[in-house]
Every structure is written in C-alpha cells, then in structure tokens.
Design a protein around this ligand. Structure first.
Ligand code: AMP
Ligand code: MG
Length: 435
C-alpha cells in the first residue's frame, strides 16, 4: 500500500456540475457492463428491486378480442341502414360465446359486457347508450345516424403484446406498473439482482452518535446526522446501508474505517474533504492507491466532493467488480444529501444493475427574483407547490449547508445555474425532487 501523502495543493481545479455528471456517468456505464449476482424474490417483495431476467408475455395480450364497452357486438356495416338487429343472446366477462355457434351474421347482435371476448363474425361494439331495445327484448335499433368503423370499441387479440414479447427488460427497477405486468402474466416470483451494500463512514472529531439513552453531548459537539440521512438515502435507492463507527480525524482511524468499508460494494465517507488541517480523507485514500476522478465540483452545497476508486489489489475480492468506488461527501449535512442525490445515486443505480436511471428533475415557475454570485451551480432548499395548475417554487430562507432545519421545511432543491446571477420571478427553473 502506498504510504506517500497526497499533495493536496496539487489538486486539479474543481469540475463544473455538468463535467462531474459526465465523469460519474462514465463510471456508471462501465459498471453496467458487469451484472450483479441474481436471486429470486416473490412478486410481493419485488417492488423497488431490479429485474435480472425479462418479464415475457405468457400469451398474446389481450388473449382474445376484448370488448372495451358494454353494448352489442355487431357487424359495423349493419349500422349504415339503421335497421333493427336481432339479439341472439349475451356474453359476459369471463364467458365466451360458444364456439360451436355459427359466426354472427348480418342483421344480428349479441349483448356484450366490457372485458368479454368478441363473438366470431362481430367487428364492432355498439355502446349500450346508443341502442334502443324493443319492448320484447328481441331486437335493438341503433340510435339515429350512429355508425361505427370496424374495430370500434374492442381491442384486438395480441395488439398489446404477442406471446413471448418482452414486457420489462433486465435492468428495469420494479415499479407498480411492472408488478402489474408481471401479475398480468401470472407470475408469482421474479429473478432480480442482489442489492448493493453501501458502507457509510462518518468522520469528525466533533461527532457524537445519537443513542438511547442519550450520550452526554458538549456544546461544541454535534450529533452525527449524516450516517442516518445517508443510510436513509441508500435505502430509498433500494440498496443496503452498512453503518460503520465514526472515524476520528486521524490517519489510522480513517484508514481502519475505509478498510472495514471495502467489503461493501460502495464506500461513502462524509466529512474531512475540505482544505482544513484535519481534513485527511483524501490523504488517507491516497494511501490505498486511490484513483481520483475529481476532487471538487463547482456546486453549492457540496463543492469539496471527491469521487474515485480503489484498485483491485487493495480490496477484498468479495464481489463482481474489480475496483471499489468511493465518494468523499462533504460533511455539511445538506452537502452530503445533495451530492448523494446528484452523484451517488446514479452510480448506485449502476451498481444495482439498473439501466436508464433518470435524475428526478422537474420544472417550476419561480415565485420571486433569485440572486446569487455566479460561478457555482446552486441547489437550494425550496418549496415546490404542485397543488395549482402551474407548478411554482419558492426558496426557503437558509443559513448555508449546515441548516438542517431549513432543509426540513423544504420539499425540493431549486437549481440556480452557475452563469445566471439573477433569475427573475416567473422564470421556469429546474428543481431537484427528493427521494
Ligand atoms: P467537514 O466536511 O469535515 O469539514 O465538516 C463540515 C461541517 O459539517 C462541519 O460543521 C461539521 O461539524 C459538519 N459535519 C461533518 N460531519 C458531520 C456529520 N456526520 N453529521 C453532521 N454534521 C457533520
Ligand atoms: Mg470534519
């Protein structure tokens, strides 16, 4: 292991927000070339998991020509004359018109319910509202001028999917629509990727672990909130948090913590990445021969963010990936949360085997002028209001990257572009959603 100390003064200049995104995306793409281990889960436990095998249509969908309206199965051409049609009987959802009956002939109709299969010979459904039955129920007369094109009011067999079609590909994160599509094929269990394990290492001499009964805490100490918030973010991302004990601002302590974290699929440190005398994280990582992709990003909160990987020679060979990725998240609690959302989340998606992950950005109209010093892309606690027809966003007053209270009064982050010193009220701006 390399024991040389990193020359921090030689750090390259911080990347722009866009450059840092590209850097993480490049590593995410590399990770996606290797599939994580697979396991089977029940459909009920599959929400939020990533598919390892495709969900294939078990038969044509719909499996029969399916009526989408209550009414009468008819031959569309018969409606042109407006002549009464003779009602042969009815077919309900869950039934089929007997196969030994002759196909529906001209002048005939069969009462049909939504979800029922179309009888042979019929090519449209006349809605019940558009037909008048004779008092003896033997015939119906279409409403005046009511004509239908063939194909009206039913979905033809196999028009949604053919037997064997892929309905959800490997790499899909199971959401409610995918649960529905799997159940719609009669599946009760699925093959998914193992969830990544994420080691969480908070560093700082001032930190005290929240505990019950409460540990004594001096006025100059603070509770370690980053480990809990990061663990929650890891869980929300569908991964498994592995909390490590706090590392103090000493080489040995941080190195021990990093070593303990190398068992996991991803290592997240918080704190100790700024320019202070006791910010030792980069130096200690250098001792593990770490490769640094960047050591700063022009964003606020989160400027000192560090991203890199430790090569195979220095990690236990416990998983499929040849190197161990790490982020040195800045210690300020909002910096930790914002940099997770922007940069950790996409890498974690790739580690989970999830393809096509998208950052949760939206657009909303700014309710007031917003001014900031240019040069940094800012992510500011804000309130997104989507209760009205037009979404609006209002910054929440804050006292910087440590302001947990302001963050808890916000429901999103307003994105202020680095090159726009004044964003006037009424402008559509990007917001970063939570979760
Ligand atoms: P650092 O990045 O170590 O310079 O820390 C920046 C600020 O974040 C300091 O005010 C720290 O006390 C605070 N901080 C660092 N780590 C944590 C943590 N785990 N929980 C809460 N605050 C933290
Ligand atoms: Mg610190």
């Amino acid at each position: 292991m390399n024991t040389m100390h990193r020359n921090i003064a030689a750090n390259p200049p911080p990347l722009s927000f866009a450059q840092a995104l590209v850097s993480v995306a490049a590593q995410a793409a590399l990770l996606l070339e290797t599939s994580p281990a697979q396991e089977a889960v029940s459909l009920a436990d599959s929400l939020g998991r990533v598919l390892a095998a495709p969900i294939l249509a078990d038969r044509d969908q719909p499996p029969f020509d399916r009526a989408t309206r209550d009414g009468y199965a008819v031959r569309a051409a018969d409606l042109v004359s407006g002549q009464p049609l003779r009602i042969l009987g009815q077919v309900r959802a869950g039934e089929a018109w007997p196969g030994d009956q002759p196909p529906l002939a001209s002048g005939q109709a069969i009462e049909i319910m939504t979800g029922a299969p179309m009888p042979a010979g019929a090519d449209a459904v006349l809605m019940v509202e558009h037909a008048e039955r004779s008092p003896d129920n033997a015939t119906l007369r279409p409403a005046t001028g009511r004509v239908l094109a063939p194909g009206a009011n039913f979905v033809p067999r196999a028009s949604e999917a053919r037997n064997g079609d892929c309905l959800a590909a490997p790499g899909t994160r199971m959401g409610v629509p995918h649960i529905a599509v799997a159940a719609g094929c009669g599946l009760t269990s699925l093959s998914v990727y193992a969830r990544p394990r994420v080691a969480i290492l908070a560093t700082g001499d001032e930190l005290v672990e929240p505990a019950s009964p409460a540990a004594p805490i001096a006025a100059h100490q603070i509770y370690n909130s980053n480990s809990d918030s990061t663990a929650a973010l890891v869980q929300l991302a569908g991964a498994i948090p592995v909390r490590l004990p706090i590392a103090r601002d000493r080489h040995q302590d941080i190195a021990d913590g990093i070593r303990a974290g190398l068992d996991a699929d991803l290592l997240l440190l918080s704190g100790g990445v700024s320019m202070g005398k006791y910010d030792l994280v980069e130096e200690v990582l250098t001792g593990f021969d770490a490769e640094f992709f960047f050591t700063g990003v022009r964003i606020q909160p989160g400027k000192p963010l560090v991203f890199g990987r430790i090569p195979a020679g220095n990690i236990p060979a416990s998983n499929a990936h040849p190197a161990r990725y790490f982020f040195g998240l800045p210690g300020n609690p909002l910096s930790t949360m914002v940099t997770f959302a922007l940069f950790v989340r996409p890498l974690l998606a790739a580690l989970a085997g999830e393809k096509d992950w998208q950052p949760p950005f939206a657009l909303a109209r700014l309710t007031q002028d917003f001014q900031h010093a240019p040069g940094l892309t800012r992510f500011l606690p804000a309130w997104l209001d989507t209760t009205q027809a037009e979404p609006t966003v209002t910054p929440v007053p804050w006292h910087g990257s440590g302001d947990l209270a302001a963050n808890a009064r916000a429901n999103c982050y307003l994105v202020a572009p680095e090159d726009l010193p004044l964003v006037p009220a009424g402008t559509y701006v990007r917001v970063l959603l939570r979760g």
